[in-house]
Design a protein around this ligand. Structure first.
Ligand SMILES: [Zn+2]
Length: 377
């Protein structure tokens, strides 16, 4: 029987069928039910993986708005909203990017780095990008500012994701790169150059590779938020890597020979590669449910420790105050303070006790009135 997608223990028994008539299994150790599809990133979605991947591929590969993708799907009898298309791109773009990263070609020894800006209204946002000498995109990071912190964060993210240590970092004369390279890549040689140089390194490889990103966003109104933008750009670069041959298409698509394939075969191979990658997309691992342990409930002091400490302090203050000679309510220390400091007459004069004949215990508990006639409280 298949293993449980959460705790990885083998299923203990079959447990009927789900609504789509798939065999359901029960896991004894974490008490979950699951099917063969539960571990897939597409589990719980109404539409099959092929439809979702088609919409995501169109959105990321071509300068299409969500409305355009919605209309193209509707022509094929698939009725989804444009918001659903956007959600699919946001969810499955980064998952595809992580999967493409595992299948891409080895990176070279040079790192060309630059940032490209995008406007959203009047706000300027910066996309940090780096390519190696073959034009393969190393990583992207979408940031609000263009400074040393952003440049260093970009290098750190790229190194953490790829484990790549370039021998040479080539950038323009933008000052923050100097310290960022020293911080994160101290062993790399930093070459500061420009786009037009007669000899030596230029930043042309990275400047040229910005073109595709700009082209994709030209027809759109820009990227609204940093988080959604980052997810979109990751997915876009993943599809771009597949289309430009920076991922090993031959390993993903059986029988595909990238050297001999024509342009149309390559397009079909990319579509099949996305489908093949989609089969490996898994849900983000959830923390395993812990066994139910009968724990000792917290004691009053543990649960309300702070509040009890305050009450205890108030009580100590009250105990240290001189008690009024007459009357007074022991639960109200503030009233004692006021009575003492303002030299006012005692607010609770002792009235002659009416005695048990004038009223029962109920009458005695009534608030006493001040001799002046004002309410005593
Ligand atoms: Zn389990």
């Amino acid at each position: 029987m298949p293993p449980c997608p959460v705790c990885q223990q083998p299923a203990s028994k079959r447990d009927g069928f789900d609504a789509a008539d798939r065999q359901r299994y029960a896991c004894r150790s974490c008490r979950r039910d699951f099917t063969d599809r539960s571990a897939s990133a597409f589990a719980g979605y109404r539409w099959p993986a092929e439809v979702i991947l088609l919409a995501v591929r169109w959105s990321l590969s071509h300068p299409l708005s969500a409305t355009s993708v919605m209309e193209l799907l509707a022509e094929r009898g698939i009725d989804v909203s444009k918001r659903t298309v956007l959600r699919w791109v946001q969810t499955f773009g980064p998952l595809l990017a992580a999967e493409v990263r595992r299948h891409r070609r080895p990176l070279g020894s040079k790192c060309y780095v630059d940032e490209v800006f995008f406007f959203r209204g009047k706000e300027k946002r910066y996309l940090y990008r780096a390519v190696d000498e073959t034009g393969q995109v190393v990583d992207v990071l979408f940031r609000e500012h263009r400074d040393t912190a952003s440049a260093a964060a970009f290098f750190r993210q790229a190194l953490a994701r790829t484990g790549w240590r370039p021998a040479q970092v080539i950038s323009d004369h933008h000052q923050p790169y100097v310290r960022a390279v020293q911080e994160v890549l101290p062993e790399a040689e930093h070459v500061r150059t420009g786009l037009h140089r007669a000899r030596g390194e230029t930043t042309k490889p990275i400047e040229r590779s910005h073109v595709f990103t700009r082209d994709r966003l030209r027809a759109s109104r820009g990227v609204k938020a940093l988080a959604t933008g980052q997810r979109f750009f990751e997915g876009f670069e993943a599809l771009h890597a597949l289309r430009r041959g920076h991922a090993c298409l031959g390993a993903l698509v059986p029988g595909h020979d990238p050297a001999a394939a024509g342009v149309h075969e390559r397009v079909r191979a990319v579509a099949r590669a996305v489908t093949a990658l989609g089969a490996w997309l898994a849900k983000a691992p959830r923390p395993a449910r812990t066994a139910r342990v009968t724990e000792r409930p917290p004691r009053l002091g543990e649960r309300h420790g702070k509040r009890l400490a305050v009450l205890a302090r108030l009580g100590r203050q009250a105990a240290s105050l001189p008690r009024p000679r007459q009357g007074g309510r022991p639960s109200d220390p503030k009233r004692w303070l006021d009575a003492d400091s303002r030299h006012s007459p005692a607010p609770w004069p002792r009235l002659p006790c009416p005695g048990p004949s004038a009223g029962g215990p109920r009458a005695q508990r009534r608030p006493a009135r001040h001799p002046s006639g004002a309410p005593g409280t």
